[in-house]
Design a protein around this ligand. Structure first.
Ligand code: WT7
Length: 637
């Protein structure tokens, strides 16, 4: 990499090899973004070419209308022509004594077709919702692709989510078929996933549960409802013609934390998602035929959907999938995996990078010989961690793309391109060609260079941007299309731009906390806590954490006779059960009152500032300023 002041640029060798290395692409895209995407979309195989590239009926919009396609045709069939026997997937199990599983494009194609036929036999049709509650095993990829093959809508639920979280999603989508496993390995233990799945079926419309045998775990089996995956596909035909999907048909639904305790189902559509997943992967990760791409994200998150599964396959690359925890059984397991399989492109999250930095420190520079590109996503990365990753893992040779996007956007929207740059520690960089961003003050005026404001996306938005909050158009409008009117998409992030036009993300301005990159809404947590019999009032705030970026802290006003430690235990258990371990508060404090305005609004920013040691600001509007003194004392202890 070439350094100019604080900026880094790719060297000539990297530039020459990369798909995009000419700055003029930005000008071209900027001039007519709709035409730009129209031209790009021609690289996708359509059963029927789109008629109209973009139309807008605020707050709704469409891309590639009239087009017909299937994402699996582009991810599988198309690759059979030139890459039939090329490795599509390398799966690394967690137990060290187990062998990796390798699937070529042809093998993956056959498995997907077989399972698609099996789903059809169970009565699954185009538009039907299918729940997928699976760990990081090859079957999760096969299941997602099989749904897409027949036009069914997958709802992938993170395997570490609780049965309640799964239950909410199954109910909301009226899912009739659920795919799960007998268990999986995590930090040396077998996790009984089937037990969770069974618990989640209460009151749902699930008629069939397909179970993958992974851990040889003894599980309860209900006759007529539960089916073994391997039995189901045993005699299935390995040809299943891909459903011809309209561009605006639903591709999948993925839930993200919501403010009222109910998660929001982000609805993505076939045409725009396929085009954006393909091109962002190709240009940002510079995916070439010989590349082995490892995105560490679990399929339960949008990164897992787009860059662990769909984008590498659309690009005919080889991708790696790892079942376990990246620091188990030893802190540098992830580094061993990179070396063992010769990974070229490594995409992970700042929390993981901070953990690697802490646990592995200075890594031997002989490692990572194969790496040529690094990526990060999910939360702001600090300069220290950026530099550590860049120097120790990337050997100052690999461009480091800091990719900004959201569950809602379906694919990356901001990241400098590796063959062009520039890269600057802690900055996410330039918007991907064809996307128009602005940074606005509260009145809707663009802010000046280096001034903080709200990050918004302007028309024509993005092909993969969500089309709807499932079954909730009100929420769709209110969350994304109301702060600046119905023609501007509000990201809920604060950001600023430097003099080079590079964007730096400051963080969320709504009630979302990013815990280890995962999205947790304070309202969702408060909703669980406030249902406890001994809780009168509660407030959740996010405070900075050295590894996880941010962590939730709870303040509780309790009633009845209960000790702090007992209540803390019960509340933690409750959150584990209702949401899952990602959302656990780091501490729970019992207080006698919460600081409130005279109108009764809890002043959450005060708690936060007590931790960050920022000035508390004007307290004269508080109805109970003495509460602040008490909280200060309690935190100090
Ligand atoms: C929020 C979206 C999209 C994949 C995973 C997260 C934050 C995302 C970055 C980045 C700083 C980032 C934003 C965004 N975020 N990427 N590169 N730098 N912040 O998806 O759970 O829907 O969260 O993650 O705050 O709004 P998500």
């Amino acid at each position: 990499m070439i350094r100019k002041g604080k900026l880094y640029y790719p060297d000539k060798a990297f530039k020459d090899k990369s798909w995009i290395n000419d700055k003029s692409i930005y000008k071209k895209a900027d001039k007519d973004p709709v035409k730009f995407w129209e031209d790009l979309a021609k690289e996708i195989d359509w059963f029927k070419e789109p008629k109209k590239t973009f139309s807008h009926y605020a707050p709704y919009f469409k891309w590639f209308e009239g087009g017909k396609l299937n994402i699996t045709y582009n991810a599988l069939d198309k690759n059979l022509e030139t890459r039939k026997n090329k490795v599509a997937l390398i799966w690394e199990p967690e137990p060290l004594n187990e062998e990796p599983r390798i699937l070529t494009y042809y093998e993956l194609y056959l498995e997907v077709n077989k399972f698609a036929n099996a789903l059809k036999k169970l009565g699954v049709k185009k538009g039907d919702r299918v729940g997928i509650y699976l760990p990081m095993i090859p079957e999760v990829v096969i299941a997602m692709l099989a749904c897409s093959r027949i036009g069914a809508v997958h709802i992938v639920v993170f395997s570490a989510f609780s049965s309640t979280a799964l239950n909410i999603r199954l109910l909301d989508t009226e899912t009739k078929v659920l795919i799960t496993a007998d268990g999986y390995f995590r930090r040396g233990k077998v996790i009984d996933l089937k037990k969770n799945a069974d618990k989640a079926l209460k009151n749902t419309k699930v008629k069939k549960v397909i179970v993958v045998k992974r851990a040889n775990n003894k599980v309860a089996f209900k006759k007529d409802r539960d089916l073994w995956w391997y039995e189901l596909v045993e005699n299935e035909k390995d040809e299943c013609s891909p459903e011809k999907m309209n561009s605006e048909d639903t591709q999948f639904i993925l839930y993200t934390s919501g403010s009222t305790g109910r998660p929001k189902g982000c609805l993505h559509v076939c045409g725009g998602y396929t085009v954006q997943a393909y091109f962002t992967g190709k240009w940002i990760f510079d995916l070439h035929d010989e590349d082995i791409f490892w995105s560490t994200a679990d399929v339960g998150w949008i990164t897992g959907h787009t860059y662990t599964v769909y984008s590498p396959l659309l690009n005919g690359a080889t991708f790696l999938m790892f079942e376990g925890a990246p620091n188990w059984p030893k802190p540098d397991r992830w580094a061993d995996i990179i070396d063992k399989h010769g990974v070229n492109i490594f995409y992970t999250a700042p929390t993981a990078i901070r953990m690697f930095k802490k646990q592995c420190g200075k890594l031997s520079r002989t490692k990572f010989k194969t790496l040529r590109l690094l990526g990060t996503v999910g939360e702001p990365i600090d300069e220290h961690s950026w530099n550590w990753f860049f120097r120790n893992v990337g050997r100052e040779k690999c461009p480091l793309v800091d990719t900004w996007w959201q569950t809602e956007t379906g694919g990356i929207l901001i990241s400098s391109l590796p063959g062009i740059g520039p890269f600057k520690p802690a900055y996410t960089g330039l918007a991907f060609p064809g996307f128009k961003f602005d940074i606005l003050d509260d009145k809707g005026k663009s802010v000046k260079t280096n001034e903080k404001g709200n990050l918004v996306l302007l028309s024509p938005f993005a092909p993969a941007l969500l089309r709807m909050v499932y079954k909730n158009p009100k929420k769709y409008k209110k969350t994304y299309w109301s702060d600046y009117g119905d023609k501007i998409y509000f990201t809920s992030d604060a950001a600023y731009k430097d003099k080079n036009g590079l964007i730096r993300i400051v963080g969320r301005v709504d009630d979302v906390i990013k815990v280890a990159g995962h999205r947790v809404t304070t309202g969702e947590l408060e909703n669980v806590l406030s249902k406890h019999e001994h809780v009168t009032e509660c407030a959740i705030v996010g405070i900075p954490d050295k590894i996880k970026g941010e962590v939730p802290i709870a303040f509780i006003v309790s009633k009845g006779k209960v000790t702090e430690s007992k209540l803390e235990k019960e509340l933690i258990l409750e959150i584990r059960e209702k949401i899952g371990p990602v959302a656990l508060p780091k501490r729970i404090y019992l207080v006698s009152d919460l600081p409130k305005t005279r109108s009764g609004k809890i002043m959450r920013r005060i708690f936060k500032r007590l931790f960050t040691k920022e000035p508390l600001g004007d307290l004269s509007t508080l109805a109970n300023p003495e509460s602040v003194k008490e909280i200060k004392k309690i935190i100090k202890k």
